[in-house]
Structure formats: structure tokens, C-alpha cells
Design a binder for this molecule. Structure first.
Ligand SMILES: Nc1nc2c(c(=O)[nH]1)N[C@H]1C(S)=C(S)[C@@H](COP(=O)(O)OP(=O)(O)OC[C@H]3O[C@@H](n4cnc5c(N)ncnc54)[C@H](O)[C@@H]3O)O[C@H]1N2
Ligand code: MOO
Length: 403
């Protein structure tokens, strides 16, 4: 069977995937959730012109010269506006956040004044507009300040509060179930028997799932039997997973049973095997409402495929505007030979020169079982299928690996 190009595989994974329904959550629960709709300000901020300093609200016509002596007719504090306008020769004591009284057009800070009974003497000339925050200088009622599809930052929460929203409409988090397969796998901390391998790839995958804002459900390890693999797949359906990720058992060996088990369960398979290294035996299909991504068992293959396919799928279900992990240009730190039919994702060290140029040097061992150099690499160098030989110093495309 011909290997499917990566771009076609990605299109197939995203085909028909639509944002999940929205739910309303309190602001404190909304950090890193994805906003479901554009959010407009429910009020103008500041609602009226306000003082930025403690001092005196004045009319520049009276106070534009040193030694001006003004009558203090009252006091304005934050939340306690003043009920009359300033007339000629008048000033009002004002504190930071106080509403600037009608008639005033500047604030003189108190350090530039001398109080004199019920009068104040100006020691630094007032400048029109100085220390006044005009009404609506931050935002105006009705303005859309946060757009649907945005992953909410910590600052966004304060902004939304200031816009007078106590709760926000966000997308439901996708539930991603992870099923490992393999008789040889034992849990970290145990004493592996002959030929056994310590289960590892689920840890990075679940962390990636959570950092993308989805819920990770661990379905454990299925033994290499059809019955155990089918049972694992059924657990994903029972858990009402939006996405099922299987790892291992994706290739062509006698013990690679994931495709067989998915077929037995009636999967609508979109593809199996892609033109990518690592990640060739990846598969994808739909099982009722569950989107299934069958990842290869090699830890590097499963992680790289998750970055490339699972992250955009989660982001699509979350309605995120930015679907893909960003790509950048770097210069190759060493020569690379011509590529074959498989698009290559090479683990690489990344250095930044003082002028900002990025140098990406692929590590020499690219075997997909090597977690050591995956963890110590900072980027993946992407080489298209059939890319010709590339000299050190030539441009290449990279994706940074998450911290
Ligand atoms: N004749 C062929 N053989 C293979 C092909 C091929 O095209 N023809 N493809 C190779 C490629 S490429 C890959 S990638 C692997 C992937 O195969 P599977 O998905 O069937 O993976 P497994 O055989 O189950 O496991 C591979 C390797 O990874 C270890 N593993 C599995 N799961 C875990 C886990 N959760 N934690 C840690 N390590 C895990 C497993 O023990 C194996 O060593 O197939 C090639 N073969
Ligand atoms: O595609 Mo496999 O992931 O090359 O080792």
C-alpha cells in the first residue's frame, strides 16, 4: 500500500472535526481555556475621566502659572464623585481614581502644591490633560477585546473581569483516552523480566494532551491479544472519549493487533501508514463518535506524531484559531544527505547566535526508540520527501520541542 503524504494525512485527521459545545465557567476556572465566542466589553473603562494621581483637580486657565492660589471647594476620592463643577479660581482635592469634576481639565500632583487653609497654592504650572485618564481610554462598551478561538492567558482573565464578565463561554475540553499495547511493557519502578521494556511513552503524551487543554484518560496497557485490545478500545467508548490514542501494535508484525481490533469494532479507517519518519505505521479512523489515532509504539515516533496530528486535532475540537505548532526557519548545523519518500522529522540541538540566527544541528542517531536524545533536543528539523542533499549553513524548517 502506498504511504500517504503527511499533508493528506493531516487533512484526513482534521476532516469533519468541529469545535465541541461551549460551557460557561467562572473566571478563576477559565485560565488556558479556549474562548468560544468573541467577547465584547459590557462597560466603558474608565467610565468617566479619572485622576491618575493624588493632588488637585484644577482649571488650567487658573493654574497655568506658579503661585496661582485657588479655593479648594471639596474633595473627590475613588468611588466618591464630586457633585458640582469647578468655577473660576476653584480647585478640588482629588485622589487617584477619583472622577475629575466638570470644569477641571488638569490635575496638579500634591507635591507641586502648598496647602494654605481652604486654599491651595500651585508651585508647578498645570498642563492641560495632565494626570487625567480620559473616559474609555482603556476600552469602550461594545468593543470586542477577546476573540473567539483564543486560549485565555492570565492577563485575559483580568481584562475580562474589567469588561464586567464574571464567567466566560469556553469550549468543552476534549477527552483523550490513551491505550498502550504490548506484552513486554512493565510500569516504571518495577523490575523488568527478560526482554521487558519499561512503559514510557504515555507520560509525554498525557502531559502534551493536558498542556493542550484536553483531559487525558489513562486506559492502561492492553496485552497483545485481540480480545485485550478490543476490550481496551471499548473502554475508550465507555469513557466517552472524543479521541482514542493507541500506542504500539501498529506495524505489520504478528503481534501488531491494533488495526485488526479496530476493524473488528467497525472502525471507518481513513488511512494506515504515512510517508513520515518517524511515524510510518500511524493510522487514523472513526469509531462512532470517537476519533482514533493509532500511533507507533516507538516512543519518539508516538511523540512526534502526536505533535503533528494530535495537537491540531485537539485544537480543532477546542475551536482554537491557531491549529498548528509554529514553525521557524533555521540554518543547518551540519550537512544532510538526500531524503527518500518519507518526510523527515529530525531531532536537533538548537543554538541562537548573538545576531538571533538559529542553528539547528540534527543529532546523528535518529533511531525512533531513542528517548535520551529526544529529551535533550530542542527542535525537530523538517525535511520534505525527496529533499536533495543539504549543505551545512543552508536554510531549514524547524519546530521547537515544548519545554
Ligand atoms: N516489517 C516491518 N517492520 C516494521 C515496520 C515496517 O514498515 N515493516 N515499521 C517499523 C516502524 S517505522 C515502526 S515506528 C515500528 C512501530 O511498530 P508498532 O507500532 O507495531 O510498535 P511496537 O512493535 O508495538 O513497538 C515498537 C517498540 O516500541 C516499544 N514500545 C511500545 N510501546 C511502548 C510504550 N508504551 N513505552 C515504551 N516503549 C514502547 C516496544 O517495546 C518496541 O520496542 O515498527 C517497525 N517495524
Ligand atoms: O516510523 Mo518508525 O517511527 O521510523 O521508527
Amino acid at each position: 500500500m502506498a504511504l500517504m503524504p503527511v499533508s493528506d494525512a493531516l487533512a484526513a485527521v482534521l476532516a469533519g472535526a468541529a469545535p465541541l459545545p461551549e460551557e460557561l465557567v467562572a473566571l478563576d476556572e477559565a485560565h488556558h481555556r479556549v474562548l468560544a465566542r468573541d467577547l465584547a466589553a459590557l462597560r466603558t473603562q474608565p467610565p468617566e475621566a479619572m485622576s491618575a494621581m493624588d493632588g488637585y483637580a484644577v482649571r488650567t486657565a487658573d493654574a497655568d502659572r506658579v503661585k496661582a492660589r485657588l479655593k479648594v471647594i471639596g474633595e473627590v476620592a475613588a468611588g466618591r464623585p464630586f457633585d458640582r463643577a469647578l468655577g473660576p479660581g476653584e480647585a478640588a482635592r482629588i485622589f487617584t481614581g477619583g472622577v475629575v469634576p466638570d470644569g477641571a481639565d488638569a490635575v496638579v500632583i500634591q507635591e507641586d502644591t502648598v496647602a494654605d487653609g481652604d486654599h491651595v497654592v500651585i508651585t508647578e504650572a498645570a498642563i492641560k490633560g495632565r494626570h487625567i485618564r480620559p473616559a474609555g481610554v482603556d476600552f469602550k462598551q461594545g468593543m470586542v477585546l477577546l476573540e473567539g478561538g483564543r486560549r485565555l492567558s492570565d492577563r485575559d482573565l483580568s481584562l475580562a473581569a474589567s469588561m464586567n464578565h464574571p464567567a466566560l463561554p469556553v469550549r468543552r475540553r476534549p477527552k483523550v483516552a490513551l491505550l498502550a499495547t504490548g506484552d513486554e511493557l512493565v510500569m516504571p519502578g518495577s523490575t523488568p523480566g527478560p526482554g521487558q521494556i519499561v512503559y514510557s511513552n504515555g507520560y509525554a503524551l498525557r502531559a502534551l494532551v493536558r498542556s493542550e487543554g484536553a483531559i487525558a484518560v489513562d486506559l492502561g496497557i492492553a496485552a497483545d491479544t485481540l480480545a485485550a485490545t478490543v476490550a481496551g478500545i471499548r473502554r475508550a467508548r465507555e469513557a466517552e472519549a472524543d479521541i482514542l490514542i493507541t500506542t504500539g501494535g501498529a506495524s505489520v508484525g504478528d503481534h501488531d493487533l491494533v488495526k485488526q481490533a479496530l476493524d473488528a469494532e467497525g472502525v471507518d479507517m481513513a488511512f494506515w501508514k504515512i510517508a513520515m519518519r518517524p511515524g510510518k505505521p500511524m493510522m487514523h479512523g472513526r469509531l462512532g463518535g470517537v476519533r482514533v489515532i493509532g500511533l507507533p509504539g516507538n516512543p519518539v515516533s508516538s511523540y512526534v506524531c502526536a505533535m503533528l496530528f494530535l495537537v491540531p486535532l485537539i485544537r480543532r475540537l477546542l475551536g482554537r484559531a491557531q491549529l498548528h505548532l509554529p514553525r521557524e526557519t533555521a540554518l543547518l548545523g551540519r550537512e544532510l544527505g538526500a531524503n527518500d519518500v518519507r518526510e523527515d522529522y529530525l531531532r536537533a540541538r538548537l543554538e541562537e547566535r548573538p545576531d538571533g540566527t538559529l542553528i539547528a544541528t540534527p543529532v546523528t542517531q535518529q533511531d525512533s526508540s531513542l528517548l535520551g536524545n529526544l529529551a535533550l533536543s530542542q527542535a525537530l528539523v523538517i525535511r520534505p520527501a525527496f529533499a536533495p542533499k543539504a549543505a551545512a549553513g543552508s536554510r531549514c524548517e524547524i519546530m521547537r520541542l515544548p519545554d
